[in-house]
Design a protein around this ligand. Structure first.
Ligand code: ADP
Ligand code: MG
Length: 274
Protein backbone atom coordinates (compact mmCIF):
# COMPACT_ATOMS: atom_id res chain seq x y z
CA UNK A 1 0.00 0.00 0.00
CA UNK A 2 1.23 3.51 -0.54
CA UNK A 3 0.37 7.08 0.29
CA UNK A 4 -2.49 7.97 -2.04
CA UNK A 5 -5.36 8.69 0.35
CA UNK A 6 -8.80 7.79 -0.92
CA UNK A 7 -11.26 9.85 1.14
CA UNK A 8 -14.36 8.15 2.50
CA UNK A 9 -13.14 4.72 1.55
CA UNK A 10 -12.61 1.72 3.78
CA UNK A 11 -9.41 0.83 1.96
CA UNK A 12 -7.92 4.30 2.68
CA UNK A 13 -4.88 3.89 0.46
CA UNK A 14 -4.14 2.63 -3.02
CA UNK A 15 -3.26 -1.07 -3.11
CA UNK A 16 -0.49 -1.86 -5.58
CA UNK A 17 -1.96 -4.90 -7.26
CA UNK A 18 -0.55 -7.16 -9.99
CA UNK A 19 -3.27 -5.82 -12.26
CA UNK A 20 -2.08 -2.28 -11.63
CA UNK A 21 1.46 -3.32 -12.54
CA UNK A 22 0.18 -4.78 -15.80
CA UNK A 23 -1.80 -1.60 -16.46
CA UNK A 24 1.34 0.41 -15.85
CA UNK A 25 3.35 -1.60 -18.38
CA UNK A 26 0.54 -1.18 -20.88
CA UNK A 27 0.41 2.59 -20.29
CA UNK A 28 4.19 2.90 -20.59
CA UNK A 29 4.10 1.06 -23.94
CA UNK A 30 1.29 3.29 -25.24
CA UNK A 31 3.34 6.32 -24.18
CA UNK A 32 6.66 5.11 -25.59
CA UNK A 33 5.29 3.99 -28.94
CA UNK A 34 2.63 6.72 -29.11
CA UNK A 35 0.09 4.03 -29.83
CA UNK A 36 -3.62 3.84 -29.16
CA UNK A 37 -4.50 1.28 -26.50
CA UNK A 38 -7.82 -0.03 -25.26
CA UNK A 39 -8.26 -1.04 -21.63
CA UNK A 40 -11.49 -2.81 -20.76
CA UNK A 41 -12.86 -4.50 -17.68
CA UNK A 42 -15.94 -5.01 -15.53
CA UNK A 43 -17.26 -2.09 -13.49
CA UNK A 44 -15.53 -1.71 -10.13
CA UNK A 45 -12.32 -3.60 -10.86
CA UNK A 46 -10.23 -0.44 -10.48
CA UNK A 47 -9.66 0.92 -13.99
CA UNK A 48 -10.33 4.59 -13.25
CA UNK A 49 -8.33 4.57 -10.06
CA UNK A 50 -5.42 2.86 -11.85
CA UNK A 51 -5.49 5.58 -14.52
CA UNK A 52 -5.40 8.42 -12.02
CA UNK A 53 -2.82 6.70 -9.84
CA UNK A 54 -0.53 5.96 -12.78
CA UNK A 55 -0.70 9.40 -14.37
CA UNK A 56 -0.91 11.35 -11.10
CA UNK A 57 -3.02 13.79 -13.07
CA UNK A 58 -4.65 16.61 -11.13
CA UNK A 59 -7.35 18.62 -12.90
CA UNK A 60 -5.95 21.77 -11.25
CA UNK A 61 -3.21 21.75 -13.90
CA UNK A 62 -5.87 22.58 -16.51
CA UNK A 63 -5.98 26.11 -15.05
CA UNK A 64 -2.31 26.86 -15.81
CA UNK A 65 -1.76 29.85 -18.11
CA UNK A 66 1.27 30.77 -20.17
CA UNK A 67 2.00 34.06 -18.42
CA UNK A 68 2.16 33.54 -14.66
CA UNK A 69 5.05 31.67 -13.12
CA UNK A 70 4.40 28.21 -11.82
CA UNK A 71 3.91 27.70 -8.09
CA UNK A 72 6.19 25.22 -6.29
CA UNK A 73 3.23 22.88 -5.62
CA UNK A 74 2.17 22.84 -9.26
CA UNK A 75 5.81 22.34 -10.32
CA UNK A 76 5.95 19.23 -8.16
CA UNK A 77 2.61 18.06 -9.55
CA UNK A 78 3.62 18.43 -13.18
CA UNK A 79 7.03 16.85 -12.65
CA UNK A 80 5.41 13.66 -11.37
CA UNK A 81 2.54 13.70 -13.87
CA UNK A 82 2.71 11.19 -16.72
CA UNK A 83 -0.30 12.34 -18.72
CA UNK A 84 -3.84 13.61 -18.58
CA UNK A 85 -7.09 11.84 -17.75
CA UNK A 86 -10.37 12.93 -19.31
CA UNK A 87 -13.69 11.37 -18.34
CA UNK A 88 -15.95 11.41 -21.38
CA UNK A 89 -19.06 13.43 -20.46
CA UNK A 90 -22.43 11.64 -20.54
CA UNK A 91 -23.61 13.81 -23.39
CA UNK A 92 -20.76 14.55 -25.72
CA UNK A 93 -20.33 16.16 -29.06
CA UNK A 94 -17.04 16.22 -30.99
CA UNK A 95 -16.63 19.83 -29.89
CA UNK A 96 -17.12 19.04 -26.20
CA UNK A 97 -14.63 16.17 -26.23
CA UNK A 98 -12.12 18.25 -28.19
CA UNK A 99 -12.38 21.13 -25.71
CA UNK A 100 -12.00 18.72 -22.80
CA UNK A 101 -8.82 17.24 -24.22
CA UNK A 102 -7.23 20.40 -25.60
CA UNK A 103 -7.73 22.43 -22.40
CA UNK A 104 -5.96 19.75 -20.41
CA UNK A 105 -3.12 19.08 -22.86
CA UNK A 106 -2.59 22.85 -23.07
CA UNK A 107 -2.48 23.14 -19.26
CA UNK A 108 -0.07 20.20 -19.13
CA UNK A 109 2.12 21.68 -21.88
CA UNK A 110 2.46 25.18 -20.45
CA UNK A 111 2.97 23.85 -16.93
CA UNK A 112 5.75 21.57 -18.14
CA UNK A 113 7.37 24.36 -20.18
CA UNK A 114 7.36 26.58 -17.11
CA UNK A 115 8.72 23.79 -14.94
CA UNK A 116 11.51 23.36 -17.53
CA UNK A 117 12.29 27.08 -17.05
CA UNK A 118 11.08 28.24 -20.46
CA UNK A 119 10.82 32.01 -20.06
CA UNK A 120 9.47 32.95 -23.50
CA UNK A 121 5.65 33.15 -23.27
CA UNK A 122 5.29 32.64 -27.02
CA UNK A 123 7.30 29.41 -26.91
CA UNK A 124 5.35 28.21 -23.89
CA UNK A 125 2.16 28.47 -25.95
CA UNK A 126 3.46 27.18 -29.26
CA UNK A 127 5.14 24.12 -27.79
CA UNK A 128 2.36 23.31 -25.37
CA UNK A 129 0.31 20.92 -27.50
CA UNK A 130 3.18 18.63 -28.38
CA UNK A 131 4.36 18.08 -24.82
CA UNK A 132 1.65 15.82 -23.40
CA UNK A 133 2.88 12.22 -23.71
CA UNK A 134 -0.33 10.39 -22.80
CA UNK A 135 -4.07 11.05 -22.93
CA UNK A 136 -6.37 8.61 -21.13
CA UNK A 137 -10.08 8.76 -21.94
CA UNK A 138 -12.16 7.12 -19.24
CA UNK A 139 -15.78 6.00 -19.82
CA UNK A 140 -14.94 5.83 -23.53
CA UNK A 141 -18.08 3.75 -24.15
CA UNK A 142 -19.91 7.08 -24.11
CA UNK A 143 -18.17 8.34 -27.25
CA UNK A 144 -20.09 8.16 -30.49
CA UNK A 145 -18.53 7.81 -33.91
CA UNK A 146 -18.12 11.56 -34.46
CA UNK A 147 -16.48 12.12 -31.10
CA UNK A 148 -14.16 9.16 -31.74
CA UNK A 149 -13.27 10.69 -35.09
CA UNK A 150 -12.43 13.98 -33.34
CA UNK A 151 -10.18 12.16 -30.87
CA UNK A 152 -8.45 10.33 -33.71
CA UNK A 153 -7.88 13.64 -35.45
CA UNK A 154 -6.28 15.14 -32.32
CA UNK A 155 -4.16 12.02 -31.96
CA UNK A 156 -2.95 12.33 -35.56
CA UNK A 157 -2.13 16.00 -35.03
CA UNK A 158 -0.32 15.78 -31.73
CA UNK A 159 0.79 12.15 -31.56
CA UNK A 160 0.29 11.56 -27.86
CA UNK A 161 -0.10 8.03 -26.56
CA UNK A 162 -3.82 7.40 -26.22
CA UNK A 163 -5.75 4.99 -23.99
CA UNK A 164 -9.47 4.38 -24.10
CA UNK A 165 -10.91 2.87 -20.93
CA UNK A 166 -14.28 1.18 -21.09
CA UNK A 167 -16.43 -1.83 -20.39
CA UNK A 168 -15.88 -5.24 -21.97
CA UNK A 169 -17.20 -5.08 -25.52
CA UNK A 170 -15.63 -1.70 -26.25
CA UNK A 171 -12.97 -3.37 -28.39
CA UNK A 172 -15.71 -4.89 -30.58
CA UNK A 173 -17.44 -1.52 -30.88
CA UNK A 174 -14.17 0.05 -32.02
CA UNK A 175 -13.56 -2.68 -34.59
CA UNK A 176 -16.44 -1.17 -36.56
CA UNK A 177 -14.41 1.98 -37.18
CA UNK A 178 -11.48 0.89 -39.35
CA UNK A 179 -9.83 4.33 -39.36
CA UNK A 180 -9.43 4.17 -35.61
CA UNK A 181 -9.06 0.42 -35.26
CA UNK A 182 -6.08 0.28 -37.58
CA UNK A 183 -4.22 2.60 -35.22
CA UNK A 184 -4.81 0.51 -32.13
CA UNK A 185 -1.57 -1.02 -30.95
CA UNK A 186 -2.48 -2.64 -27.64
CA UNK A 187 -5.50 -4.05 -25.92
CA UNK A 188 -5.51 -4.75 -22.22
CA UNK A 189 -8.05 -6.58 -20.11
CA UNK A 190 -8.23 -5.24 -16.57
CA UNK A 191 -9.06 -8.30 -14.48
CA UNK A 192 -10.49 -8.63 -11.01
CA UNK A 193 -8.25 -9.70 -8.12
CA UNK A 194 -7.20 -13.34 -8.10
CA UNK A 195 -7.79 -15.48 -5.01
CA UNK A 196 -4.08 -15.63 -4.25
CA UNK A 197 -3.83 -11.88 -4.36
CA UNK A 198 -6.87 -11.42 -2.14
CA UNK A 199 -5.26 -13.78 0.38
CA UNK A 200 -2.20 -11.58 0.27
CA UNK A 201 -4.03 -8.24 0.47
CA UNK A 202 -6.81 -8.91 2.97
CA UNK A 203 -4.54 -9.40 6.01
CA UNK A 204 -3.18 -5.90 5.27
CA UNK A 205 -6.70 -4.49 5.26
CA UNK A 206 -7.28 -6.29 8.58
CA UNK A 207 -4.22 -4.46 9.87
CA UNK A 208 -5.49 -1.13 8.53
CA UNK A 209 -8.64 -1.67 10.55
CA UNK A 210 -6.51 -2.17 13.65
CA UNK A 211 -7.01 -5.96 13.76
CA UNK A 212 -4.62 -8.86 13.36
CA UNK A 213 -5.36 -11.60 10.87
CA UNK A 214 -4.27 -14.94 12.22
CA UNK A 215 -3.98 -17.67 9.57
CA UNK A 216 -4.09 -20.31 12.33
CA UNK A 217 -7.41 -19.08 13.66
CA UNK A 218 -10.26 -20.88 11.91
CA UNK A 219 -12.72 -18.02 12.31
CA UNK A 220 -10.35 -15.54 10.61
CA UNK A 221 -9.75 -17.93 7.71
CA UNK A 222 -13.46 -18.59 7.40
CA UNK A 223 -14.26 -14.86 7.33
CA UNK A 224 -11.59 -14.25 4.70
CA UNK A 225 -12.94 -17.04 2.50
CA UNK A 226 -16.45 -15.63 2.67
CA UNK A 227 -15.22 -12.16 1.74
CA UNK A 228 -13.38 -13.65 -1.24
CA UNK A 229 -16.51 -15.49 -2.34
CA UNK A 230 -18.90 -12.59 -1.84
CA UNK A 231 -16.77 -9.98 -3.59
CA UNK A 232 -15.34 -12.19 -6.33
CA UNK A 233 -12.26 -9.96 -6.45
CA UNK A 234 -14.20 -6.82 -7.38
CA UNK A 235 -12.52 -3.84 -5.71
CA UNK A 236 -15.63 -1.71 -5.38
CA UNK A 237 -17.42 -4.54 -3.59
CA UNK A 238 -14.39 -5.21 -1.40
CA UNK A 239 -14.34 -1.56 -0.39
CA UNK A 240 -18.06 -1.44 0.31
CA UNK A 241 -18.06 -4.70 2.22
CA UNK A 242 -15.18 -3.58 4.43
CA UNK A 243 -16.99 -0.27 5.06
CA UNK A 244 -19.98 -2.20 6.36
CA UNK A 245 -17.76 -4.56 8.35
CA UNK A 246 -16.10 -1.58 10.02
CA UNK A 247 -19.51 -0.15 10.86
CA UNK A 248 -20.77 -3.41 12.33
CA UNK A 249 -17.60 -3.92 14.39
CA UNK A 250 -17.94 -0.40 15.76
CA UNK A 251 -21.64 -0.52 16.59
CA UNK A 252 -21.31 -3.89 18.31
CA UNK A 253 -17.93 -3.12 19.87
CA UNK A 254 -16.48 -6.32 18.41
CA UNK A 255 -12.77 -7.10 18.22
CA UNK A 256 -12.59 -9.48 15.25
CA UNK A 257 -14.04 -10.16 11.81
CA UNK A 258 -16.03 -13.39 11.93
CA UNK A 259 -18.33 -15.21 9.53
CA UNK A 260 -21.35 -13.65 11.29
CA UNK A 261 -19.93 -10.14 10.92
CA UNK A 262 -19.25 -10.64 7.20
CA UNK A 263 -22.72 -12.06 6.64
CA UNK A 264 -24.35 -9.20 8.49
CA UNK A 265 -22.29 -6.74 6.40
CA UNK A 266 -23.25 -8.53 3.22
CA UNK A 267 -26.94 -8.17 3.99
CA UNK A 268 -26.55 -4.39 3.96
CA UNK A 269 -25.18 -4.39 0.42
CA UNK A 270 -26.79 -4.74 -2.94
CA UNK A 271 -24.62 -7.25 -4.70
CA UNK A 272 -25.08 -8.38 -8.29
CA UNK A 273 -24.32 -11.82 -9.64
CA UNK A 274 -20.75 -12.21 -8.43
N1 ADP B 1 -5.83 -0.42 -6.25
C1 ADP B 1 -6.82 -0.04 -5.44
N2 ADP B 1 -6.58 0.23 -4.14
C2 ADP B 1 -7.57 0.58 -3.30
N3 ADP B 1 -8.85 0.69 -3.66
C3 ADP B 1 -9.17 0.45 -4.95
C4 ADP B 1 -8.17 0.07 -5.90
N4 ADP B 1 -8.78 -0.11 -7.11
C5 ADP B 1 -10.08 0.14 -6.90
N5 ADP B 1 -10.33 0.47 -5.61
C6 ADP B 1 -11.64 0.76 -5.02
O1 ADP B 1 -12.65 0.34 -5.91
C7 ADP B 1 -13.45 1.44 -6.31
C8 ADP B 1 -13.79 1.31 -7.77
O2 ADP B 1 -12.65 1.57 -8.57
P1 ADP B 1 -12.76 2.26 -9.99
O3 ADP B 1 -11.38 2.57 -10.43
O4 ADP B 1 -13.73 3.39 -9.96
O5 ADP B 1 -13.36 1.07 -10.86
P2 ADP B 1 -13.76 1.06 -12.40
O6 ADP B 1 -13.30 2.33 -13.01
O7 ADP B 1 -13.10 -0.16 -12.95
O8 ADP B 1 -15.26 0.92 -12.42
C9 ADP B 1 -12.64 2.67 -5.98
O9 ADP B 1 -13.47 3.76 -5.68
C10 ADP B 1 -11.85 2.25 -4.77
O10 ADP B 1 -12.63 2.35 -3.61
MG1 MG C 1 -14.42 3.82 -13.93
Amino acid sequence: MNDLKIPGKALKSFVLTQEFKRFKEFAVSCTDFRYIGICYGDPGVGKSLAASHYTNWDDEITDENAIDDISPERRKMIESCKGIVVTAPVTNTPKIIKTNIVRRTFGYGVALSKANNETDVYKRVVNSQGLCPLVIIDEADRLNINSLEEVRNLYDQHLFGLIFIGMPGIEKKFSRYPQLYSRIGFSHEFKRLSEDEMKFIFPKIWRNLGLIYNPDDFSDVEALNIIMRVTGGNFRLIDRLFSQITRILKINKLQGITKEVVEAARKCLIIGDH
